[in-house]
Design a protein around this ligand. Structure first.
Ligand code: NAP
Ligand code: G4F
Length: 344
């Protein structure tokens, strides 16, 4: 008999790739979708799987709803990907972020504790929990030091996942995932913001892109590779916590240069601090401008993960290189802008 999975956050980037993977493995997939004024399944449609998923109305803020959904769908596995996932917004909406990203996870764990301790649980934890990093590279034993309300809420959720595993013997795993991107990434995140803006500039629809901290460094991988790691964690005989990362780090500025090159543009940077500017190599026109509006009250300067445990215990490894990822994102956005079919 096929396994049944309940995926929260199914309308987001990871929800789409994970559902595609689970369907390919013969799972019956229930997609937990919160009520919004517009239907929001464009990513699932892009992967051609929107018709294969059974959707259920779900909100991490509503305990009674979570209990009913778990009772009615009777999943073998729950993947909790739902979150207010944008770090910058968490500084403006810290209480909301705490309720969804922190307490929301406890609500799901309570539903499992109440209704079915046999349900396996995956929690979408994050490298943002390392924040002001205490060691480099970061591994499962590196101490946490979150630098945003998002990071703090996710850290609470991480420890609740560990606690419910230890206290109630629930098969609950926490995936500490470093940044992962794709053509399905939300446009507010820096990678997609860059690829979309450069595509618009190349198509004559925009003149410049305004960014914040160009020196920030991230360990960026491809989301499609990371959902495979989530699934592998849940299949282990014993639940545990694992880092998924590439073991490489690159700056925002490097990402800009590589994305520009993929579109046949050359950008050269000059100046320091707020005066730093990226110019078109041919015309000298400013294309990348620093705007303090995109600085964060507290920043995570550098993330670099050590995926050794996942590689050895799960047999997981990323397949898509950084260069390939950037090129895929840049070219996909160029096609979308050129063809006038931008849906998210
Ligand atoms: P995303 O694209 O922003 O998707 C977030 C999903 O959560 C969306 O489906 C959203 O629904 C849903 N959601 C938000 N608030 C909700 C609520 N109150 N109740 C139910 N659903 C709600 O995020 P992602 O990049 O796919 O990331 C997936 C998860 O991994 C998130 O928990 C994120 O924090 C975590 N994570 C991501 C990364 C990364 O680099 N991508 C790294 C580490 C951890 P709507 O469509 O209605 O907004
Ligand atoms: O793309 P970002 O917004 O992602 P961030 O903050 O690293 O968070 C993402 O990864 C986390 C895993 O570590 C996830 F948990 C989280 O849900 C999310 O998916 O910003 C990346 C870096 C930051 O240092 C930011 O300050 O890029 C810098 N940046 C510079 N200019 C910018 C911009 N970020 C955004 N969003 N927009 C800018 O204009």
């Amino acid at each position: 008999m096929s396994k049944r999975a309940l995926v929260t956050g199914i309308t987001g980037q990871d929800g789409a790739y994970l559902s595609q993977l689970l369907l390919s493995k013969g799972y019956e997939v229930y997609g937990a979708v919160r009520r919004t004024s517009s239907i929001n399944t464009a990513r699932l449609a892009d992967l051609g799987i929107d018709k294969d998923i059974k959707t259920v109305e779900f909100d991490l803020l509503e305990m009674s709803n979570i209990l009913r959904v778990v009772e009615q769908t009777k999943p073998d596995e729950i993947y909790n990907l739902a979150a207010q996932s944008f770090v910058a917004t968490s500084f403006e909406q810290p209480i909301y972020t705490g309720s969804v990203d922190g307490l929301g996870v406890t609500r799901v764990l309570e539903a499992i504790r109440t209704l079915g301790k046999g349900i396996r649980f995956y929690q979408a934890s994050t490298s943002e929990m390392f924040g002001k990093v205490q060691a480099t590279p970061q591994s499962e034993t590196t101490p946490f030091y979150p630098r945003s309300p998002y990071g703090a809420a996710k850290l609470y959720a991480h420890w609740m996942t560990v606690n419910y595993r230890e206290a109630y013997d629930i098969h609950a795993s926490s995936g500490i995932l470093f940044n992962h991107e794709s053509p399905l990434r939300g446009t507010e995140f820096v990678t997609r913001k860059i690829t979309l803006a450069l595509a618009r500039i190349q198509c004559g629809e925009a003149r410049e892109v305004r960014l914040g901290n160009l020196a920030a460094k991230r360990d960026w991988g491809f989301a499609g590779d990371y959902v495979e790691g989530m699934w592998r964690m849940v299949q282990q005989p014993k639940a545990d916590d694992y880092i998924l990362a590439t073991g490489e780090t690159h700056s925002v500025e490097e990402f800009v240069c590589l994305a520009a090159a993929a579109l046949g543009m050359e950008i050269t940077f000059e100046g320091d601090g707020l005066q730093r500017v990226g110019r078109d190599g041919k015309t000298g026109r400013p294309i990348v401008v620093v705007d303090p509006a995109f600085f964060r009250p507290t920043e995570v300067d550098l993330l670099l993960g050590n995926p050794h445990k996942a590689t050895t215990a799960l047999g997981w490894q990323r397949k898509v290189s950084f260069q390939q990822l950037v090129e895929d994102m840049a070219r996909k956005d160029f096609d979308r802008v050129r063809d006038g079919c931008l849906r998210y």
